[in-house]
Design a protein around this ligand. Structure first.
Ligand code: AMP
Ligand code: MG
Length: 415
């Protein structure tokens, strides 16, 4: 007899994953490799920025309020060279953008407003600006500039460099093992025999893991065979912090993943969720000493990001695999890297009505988000990868809701 698996809501599934304990581990990386990583500690400015009073323009530094008809040019100050002469009334220093202000002077007149002849500078047009950037005006020493958990994008990398950091302390990237199941699958680039299809899930999962900041570890494909599936899962746990298996989780004769996970010691926390697409999603964990902080010697990932292995089984339809990664796995990976941010969402106006036959599950629908509007694309369901590839967002319609009128404000998850 086959007993029906209990189905839990999306929110309960999120809660079950949230209660999986993780312990982000820090590592130092050269600044050149820091982009895309999550900062593992707060960063405070070790110095004032600007570091010293400097000229904002090419011009002449002088004393504000000095109305001398002509100023003697006492020296020329290039950026990077400290000034030597103290400026007194009737004097000025020719100064370049970014050069240190000479003592005495507190204002710079732009070159365009002056005329210089025989070592004398005259101001020929009014310059309303002071043209001096004062020490510490952008950032005083000791100020918190970047908080732990922030993702380093190019501007943050530039800021760290400007503060003199050659390295960044970031969270170790979790290793995401990826196994695909399905005797029908073939590798892109090889000929396709009758009845076969190309494996797209290992590529979507790998790209999604990488984009989330993790390291994808491609562990190959297993045929639809119970023993081979169990062996592959067991072997995979050496190589990764979390494992994702695509396909073989539903009720077909050749769907072996849930039983295989159990047979190698995993406890399922759920095997069915009220989400469309993605209903037969499995989340399971295994108590495993070898994953609690240390890994086999000689591996670059000594220590893992999680406090024990966990494994997801995702339904093989390409849109299901993709959506469940976005909705359930990406937030876990972010948490493993010390980031508790929710996925990026945006409010938009739905351009055409949405209707569905029943409201039994939370549904995710691909949409094109443009200029504050969410446009439904022609979408045939969980195998329709082309629709997903046209979209840049997922409209989330909660359980119970069957209709959304055109013109309604909706919440869209950004892809
Ligand atoms: P399954 O979840 O194994 O029952 O597969 C559901 C559907 O997704 C079937 O039509 C499979 O052929 C397809 N599928 C399974 N795995 C993949 C994959 N890696 N890439 C593309 N399609 C897949
Ligand atoms: Mg299959």
């Amino acid at each position: 007899m086959i007993t029906a698996k209990p189905m839990i809501s999306l929110e309960e599934a999120e809660k079950a994953i949230m209660s999986f304990p993780v312990s982000p581990a820090p590592e130092m990386v050269p600044l050149a490799e820091a982009a895309g990583r999550f900062l593992a500690q707060d960063v405070f400015s070790p110095r004032d920025i600007p570091e010293f009073n400097k000229s904002a323009m090419d011009g002449y530094a002088y004393i504000s309020g000095d109305t001398s008809p002509a100023f003697r040019v006492v020296e020329t100050i290039a950026a990077g060279t400290p000034p030597r002469v103290v400026i007194t009334p009737g004097q000025c220093a020719k100064i370049m953008t970014g050069a240190m202000m000479p003592s005495g002077a507190d204002r710079v007149v732009r070159r365009e407003c002056t005329a210089e002849e025989n070592g004398l500078m005259r101001i020929v047009a009014q310059d309303l600006h002071v043209n001096v950037r004062c020490q510490g005006e952008d950032l005083p020493a000791g100020k918190l500039v970047l908080a732990a958990g922030v993702r380093l994008r190019p501007a943050q990398v530039a800021l760290l460099a400007s503060l003199g950091s050659a390295e960044a302390t970031v969270a170790r990237r979790p290793r995401v093992g990826i196994i695909t199941t399905g005797s029908e699958l073939a590798d892109p680039g090889t000929p396709l025999a009758p009845g076969r299809i190309y494996d797209s899930n290992s590529h979507s999962l790998s790209a999604q893991a990488r984009e989330a900041g993790a390291v994808p570890v491609l562990l190959g494909r297993v045929a639809d065979d119970a023993e081979a599936t169990a062996e592959a899962i067991n072997a995979a746990m050496e190589a990764c912090d979390i494992l994702i298996i695509s396909g073989g989780v539903s009720a077909g004769d050749f769907d072996h993943v849930p039983a295989a996970m159990r047979s190698v010691g995993f406890t399922p926390h759920f095997e069915k969720i009220a989400v469309q697409p993605g209903m037969p999603t499995v989340f399971s964990t295994r108590a495993d000493q070898s994953h609690e902080g240390t890994a086999p010697a000689g591996q670059s990932h000594e220590g893992t990001a999680a406090a024990g292995p966990c494994a997801f089984g995702l339904p093989g339809n390409p849109v299901s695999t993709f959506v469940i990664f976005e909705v359930l796995i990406k937030p876990l990976l972010q948490r493993m890297m010390g980031n508790n941010d929710l996925p990026l969402r945006q409010q938009a106006t739905l351009t055409s009505p949405f209707r569905r036959g029943n409201g039994e599950r939370t549904v995710f629908i691909p949409v094109i988000l443009r200029h504050g509007k969410a446009e439904l694309v022609s979408y045939h369901g969980s195998a329709h990868l082309h629709a997903l590839a046209r979209a840049n967002g997922l409209l989330q319609v909660p359980t119970g809701q069957k209709e959304i009128a055109a013109g309604s404000r909706v919440d869209v998850r950004l892809l």
